[in-house]
Design a protein around this ligand. Sequence first.
Ligand SMILES: [Zn+2]
Length: 327
Amino acid sequence: MQLSNSPKSPIAAFFKQQGFVLLDGGLATELEKRGHNLNNNLWSASLLINHPQEIRKVHLSYLDAGADCITTATYQASIPGFAEQGISEKKAKSLLKKALEIASEAREQYLDTSKNKNPSRIRPLIAVSIGPFGAYLADGSEFRGDYSVSTQELRSFHESRWEILADSSADIFAFETIPSFREAVVLLDLLQSTPEVYAWISFSCTDGMRISDGTHLAECAELFVNCEQIVAVGVNCTAPQYISSLINQVRQGAPAKPIVIYPNSGEVYDENRKSWVGSSDLINLGTAAIEWFNLGARLLGGCCRTTPSQIGDMRKALLSLQNRKTP
Ligand SMILES: [Zn+2]
């Protein structure tokens, strides 16, 4: 499979050396395990204010598990979101930057430990998470995409955060859990306004074919075919059972794009109860990673309710594959 990937892309070195990029897993899940209550509208981003070092420890646990890329605690962090919690614009901007600093500290700490001074290991990447407008609303609409705002309002929302983060030292951006075709168009336009920046985009899906607002995933993927700044297109925070079919949908829409997938555990978030319900599929993410890689996924990891140990399983499985290097 010939994948379009500029040599300047931050993931090119990983493809060349190992054939895949291993992402991290759930951040909130690990923070909750550490005793933090994240039932507020800022979710993981709330800890940026009071317990930033806890976020650093979770990043570090994913690097230790083998992740090639860690994702910042900015998914639900936005200027209007912080403002609603009484946080000034100035402070909000500094918190967004703080999230990136914490991830950088974790990476430095990881690289400083003697066992990681292995010159063949590629320096891990930091992806800045850009959640959808629905994540700011915190009403579950990130899984529906039924926003009652104009496209201009959507753009203004994203622009206020993009202006700060696109100018940062992030390696790459993660437009993630995107539920709406209209929002994907807005994000593409914003990305193209900063031509030196790379990103991946991944959608939240409701079944094996469609993103949350009902648009076919293949149609969404097609939007990004000619955008070199988009290094991968795919799916996250979606039940593992749909991933194989969704990978095929991305390939239909954007045959030459690398595919990114990081499913959740299969449980469903209940907005009213503010908790996860149902049982996980008890899926073995290591075994699944091999299936997804063979179907064409090249950036793989986990989303909500996945753990460092599962990311470790995925690494082991992917490294065990022969012929995993992309031509
Ligand atoms: Zn998730």
